[in-house]
Design a protein around this ligand. Structure first.
Ligand code: UD1
Ligand code: CA
Length: 496
């Protein structure tokens, strides 16, 4: 078996994306386009994996090495074109390399391992100098067209912008995915010029040069044409995202996951789901999110890099880098920020925001609260409307709540503060000092009622009138009661 090199083309700007982000870093299924292609390239286990970079070199290079740490980055110079990119990559190969070179574009994300293995097998079986993957498309616009001779052998490829009216009618497109012998690249690339509509050195011209010199060019359209779709603009990106998502949803359905509404359910490529998970409409599962069996997610829920335990229920929730324990309940309308760890059987309820908070087994934060930089023991209940005041304007501080604590409604925990095991706090308490285990903390001032204050100070207002009416009604009720007790002639109440 000859040696193998794979060249991934990622130096272009991707002008048609109209984006500050390089095209190959736009995401599909949660991963940059580049990573999809690198995964397929790496699966071939080539002796040399080269990634050609130029536009936003640092960003693209860093991302490439994340997905393929052993890849070699090749810098393309100012001369534009896929031909120049491959020429420089070939120069970076050891001079004694004599094997095959597979070239893939970082903007053709559905090319997978099997597709590349098939390409290489065909190339080697035919002893071709170049084998290209083509496809027949209903709408070939934008692609290079495969021009065949009357005997159906491949003559050359013509780019859309250089094609004649007749050539534009050809529906067989070049996918930009090829196998070459390194010898064919070494002998023909130097001869490729930039005399074309885009003033670029086209890799595709090598095909015509190989043919003209009597070499063998092989091309067979592949059945799964969609695998060869290139992404050049945002409409194509959205269409590809939809296609990938449909495939991912179907995969999980066949693995035993109930997904009621595939159209509004978005699942990233690296998400993992157990059998008998149920996903309700409007749910997005992103990054490395995982969900254990029996859990119900949604509706209208977004989980990013979040772990959900067995049988948990997560409703109308937004969570990032959170861990939700088995049988726990979250939402509706909960916001779990990074570092939230909810124990088994715990609850983060309605209109609750958490961050950097460990909430122990069976502990509950049921209503209207902010809990940040906090540790809560097991079996505790945090009263409705509780705020951890974790930020002093300069630094963040921690709140520690013990096990089986019961805090009253509308508390403020002014951190740093500790509430001991089994302690209680009264409603409306502003906890500024530690509360010892088993104590009741209260610090609200005794209530004073200033009788008649509204009628005196807000005379004529609706409130004053309502107060007056209530007092009159009270007086009438009192006199009726005394009449009933003692009859019409009875002495005033209290005298008898
Ligand atoms: C290319 C092919 C076209 C094919 C299509 C398939 C050429 C001349 N044309 O056209 O026949 O139908 O792909 O999708 O090859 N790149 C570099 N350096 C450069 C220019 C581009 O590395 O100087 C990279 C890009 O980052 C991209 C890939 O090469 O990943 C393809 O470039 P792009 O400009 O998208 O080529 P197309 O016009 O789509
Ligand atoms: Ca392209």
């Amino acid at each position: 078996m000859p040696d193998l090199a794979v060249i991934v083309l990622a130096a272009g700007q991707g002008t048609r994306m109209k984006s500050a982000t390089p095209k190959v870093l736009h995401r599909l299924g949660g991963l940059p386009l580049l990573h999809h292609v690198l995964d397929a390239a790496t699966a071939l286990d080539p002796a040399h994996l080269l990634v050609v970079v130029r536009h936003e070199r640092a960003l693209v290079g860093e991302s490439a090495l994340e997905a393929a740490p052993h890849a070699v980055l090749v810098d393309q110079d100012d001369q534009p074109g896929t031909g120049r990119a491959v020429e420089q990559a070939v120069e970076a190969l050891p001079s004694d390399f004599v094997g095959d070179v597979v070239v893939v574009s970082a903007d053709v994300p559905f090319v997978d391992r099997a597709t590349l293995e098939g390409l290489l097998a065909q190339h080697r079986a035919a002893s071709a100098q170049v084998t290209l993957l083509s496809a027949i498309l209903d709408d070939p616009s934008g692609y290079g067209r495969v021009i065949r001779k009357p005997d159906q052998s491949v003559a050359r490829i013509v780019e859309q912008k250089d094609a004649s009216a007749d050539e534009l009618l050809v529906s067989e497109i070049n996918s930009g995915t090829y196998a070459f012998t390194v010898a064919a690249l070494r002998s023909h690339l130097p001869a490729v010029s930039s005399a074309n509509a885009q003033n670029e050195k086209y890799l595709t011209d090598v095909v015509g040069l190989v043919e003209a010199s009597g070499g063998l060019v092989a091309a067979t359209p592949i059945a799964e044409a969609w695998r060869l779709e290139g992404i050049n603009d945002r409409a194509q990106l959205a269409a590809a995202a939809r296609r990938l998502n449909d495939r991912i949803v179907r995969h999980w359905q066949l693995e035993g996951v109930t997904i009621l509404d595939p159209a509004t359910t978005w699942i990233d490529r690296d998400v993992s789901l157990a059998a008998d998970v149920e996903i309700l409409p409007g749910t997005q599962l992103k990054g490395a999110t995982s969900v254990e069996t029996g859990a119900v997610i949604g509706p209208d829920t977004t989980l990013v890099d979040t772990e959900v335990g067995e049988g948990a229920v997560v409703k109308r929730t937004d969570a990032t880098l959170a861990v939700i324990g088995a049988r726990a309940s979250v939402g509706p309308f909960a916001y779990l920020r990074p570092g939230t760890m909810l124990g088994a059987d715990g609850k983060i309820g309605t209109y609750v925001e958490t961050k950097n908070a460990t909430i122990g087994e069976g502990s509950k934060v049921p209503h209207l609260s902010y809990v940040g930089d906090t540790e809560v023991g097991v079996g505790a209940n945090i009263g409705a409307g509780t705020i951890t005041a974790n930020y002093d304007g300069v630094n963040k501080h921690r709140t520690v709540v013990g096990s089986h604590v019961r805090t009253g409604s509308h508390n403020v925990f002014v951190a740093p503060v500790r509430i001991g095991d089994g302690a209680y706090t009264g409603a409306g308490t502003v906890v500024r000092k530690d509360v010892p285990a088993g104590s009741l903390a209260i610090n609200v001032a005794p209530q004073r009622n200033l009788d008649g204050w509204v009628e005196t100070n807000r005379e004529g207002t609706a409130a004053a009138k309502a107060a007056g009416a209530a007092q009159a009604a009270q007086a009438a009720e009192a006199s009726a009661a005394s009449t009933a007790e003692g009859g019409a002639d009875a002495a005033p109440a209290g005298d008898s």
